[in-house]
Design a protein around this ligand. Structure first.
Ligand code: NAD
Length: 489
């Protein structure tokens, strides 16, 4: 079946090239999808451009656009099990996570459906009884939406929903290895009644298709979620026509545990923070920073429980976490584990591929814990994006904060303490876009998400997530114009 969607029609790539979609659990072939070539990319951009410039979609009432997004949310729920299974097959994630992704994605569409017509602008004081001044919001234009492989549907929806709520047209480019749920989403958008040309889908390699989108003079905004290397290259490419850039990049998030925290809960969540989706989470709490009086007990209990984590097929309901996404990514994670050993960190759990023959064909790596880590180690500073947790001790609150901020990233972090005052104090001092106190990983469609420092530019979710896709325009009207006689009178 044709898998590109250009100007309201499903199309095969002009070049006839296809790419294999592989199941990371056993390297089995799931399906093949079309790969867009330069002609397809140009056509998709043109369709989005023409549709935007024709004005019908941006001129649709915000209430109508909201109604369409609500229909999308309903259709996502109708197809919940099918989408969750597809995401699990394609990413290896546990099916319960696949299901909760679909629920989260529906919630994001519902949230932006509700927000679409809530804020039409504002009246501004002019100081004159004969002048009216107001701010109105308009869509930015053609948006290139480039998404990663770890949460394929979720990350795409954080862009698609607000882009549509604001009245933009878009070209979506999901990661090449995980295109399947993006195809399903676009099918649902069409079924919900999205007009021709508003939403376009291109599949294929990022360094060609994503780069062309980022460069194009016909694209007004690029919103990208992915790694720092591609993010920087997109920023450079976007400079050509000074398009707007929103970047959601990597992280190395601290998880700070004080001795007065509930020990069992803090240990439990340290595992969730680090090993959810095998650590392939931008906000993974992969750097535990633990008060020295509980440090030994914490390391021992985290190591013990890490060894109990059940690896397996994502489709098996008992599986706690699945494989890594690809052979290349597995090699990268293995490389970091070797680096950790060379750097002198103490390996207390995992550290190798599993021996279970049933997992031999998959890209599995055992959840791994390194204790006695130091801030200058590469495994502490660099994003591994795999199931590797480092643990460092601290003595004072100031030290904990300094370690928590000792990173080029600033996406998220957590603090565990029984003292609410300390929780708020430390949260205020940590330079990260999200701070959890006595929790890890919950995010809300209503709350902004994004990075300080090299974790990105801009915010997704919340009202700011909609603002990224809107231009504020000032309209000033003099209702009783008189000659000013400034010149030549
Ligand atoms: P990636 O940068 O390799 O790819 C992301 C997307 O960009 C893909 O669609 C890819 O095809 C495309 N791409 C690659 N090179 C490009 C280029 N030169 N120009 C334009 N597009 C290009 O990232 P990934 O490996 O898919 O995802 C993992 C990274 O994403 C991690 O660093 C992770 O932290 C980050 N991430 C961040 C968030 C967040 O919310 N901040 C969320 C998820 C993932």
């Amino acid at each position: 079946m044709a898998s590109l969607f250009i100007d309201g029609k499903w199309a095969s790539g002009t070049s006839g090239v296809t790419s294999q979609v592989i199941n990371p659990f056993d390297q089995g072939l799931i399906t093949e999808v079309d790969v867009a070539d330069d002609v397809d990319v140009a056509q998709a951009i043109l369709a989005a451009r023409r549709t935007f410039d024709a004005g019908e979609w941006p001129g649709t009432s915000a209430t109508e656009r909201g109604a369409l997004l609500n229909r999308v949310a309903e259709l996502l729920q109708r197809d919940r099990e099918e989408i969750a299974r597809t995401e699990t097959l394609n990413t290896g994630k546990a099916i319960r996570e696949g299901r909760s992704d679909v629920d989260d994605v529906s919630a994001v569409f519902r949230y932006y459906a509700g927000l679409a017509d809530k804020d039409a602008g504002r009246v501004v004081a002019t100081g004159s009884a004969t002048a009216i001044s107001r701010i109105v919001y308009e869509p930015v234009g053609v948006c290139a939406l480039i998404s990663p492989w770890n949460y394929p549907l979720l990350q795409a929806s954080w862009k698609v929903a607000p882009a549509l709520a604001a009245g933009n047209t878009f070209v979506l480019k999901p990661a090449q290895v995980t295109p399947l749920t993006a195809i399903h989403l676009v099918r649902i958008l069409a079924e919900a009644g999205l007009p021709q040309g508003v939403g376009n889908l291109l599949l294929g390699p990022g360094d060609r298709i994503g780069a062309t989108l980022a460069e194009s003079g016909e694209v007004d905004l690029v919103s990208f979620t992915g790694g720092g290397v591609a993010g920087r290259s997109i920023m450079r490419a976007a400079a050509g026509n000074v398009k707007k850039v929103a970047l959601e990049l990597g992280g190395k998030s601290p998880n700070i545990v004080f001795a007065d925290a509930d020990f069992e809960t803090a240990v439990d969540y340290a595992l969730t923070a680090a090993f959810l989706h095998s650590g392939q989470v931008c906000s993974a709490g992969c750097r535990a920073i633990v008060e020295d009086s509980i440090y030994d007990a914490f390391v021992a209990e985290v190591a013990r429980r890490t060894e109990l984590i059940r690896l397996g097929s994502g489709l098996d309901e008992r599986t706690e976490t699945g494989p890594l996404i690809s052979a290349a990514h597995l090699a990268k994670v293995e490389g970091y584990v070797r680096i950790g050993q060379q750097e002198g960190a103490r390996l207390v759990a995992g550290g190798s591929r599993p021996s279970d023959p049933e997992l031999a064909n998959g890209f599995f790596f055992r959840p791994t814990v390194f204790a006695d880590c130091r801030r200058e180690m590469r495994i502490v500073q660099e994003e591994i994006f795999g199931p590797v947790l480092t643990v460092e001790p601290f003595t004072t609150e100031d030290q904990a904060v300094a370690l928590g901020n000792d990173t080029i990233y600033g996406l998220a972090g957590a603090v565990w303490t029984g003292d609410p005052g300390r929780g708020q104090r430390v949260a205020a001092r940590l330079r990260h876009g999200t701070i959890w106190i006595n929790d890890y990983h919950p995010y809300l469609p209503q709350a902004e998400w994004g990075g300080f420092k090299q974790s990105g530019i801009g915010r997704e979710l919340g009202p700011t997530g909609l603002d990224e896709y809107r231009e504020a325009k000032h309209i000033y009207q003099n209702i009783a114009p008189q000659p000013s006689r400034w010149f030549g009178s």
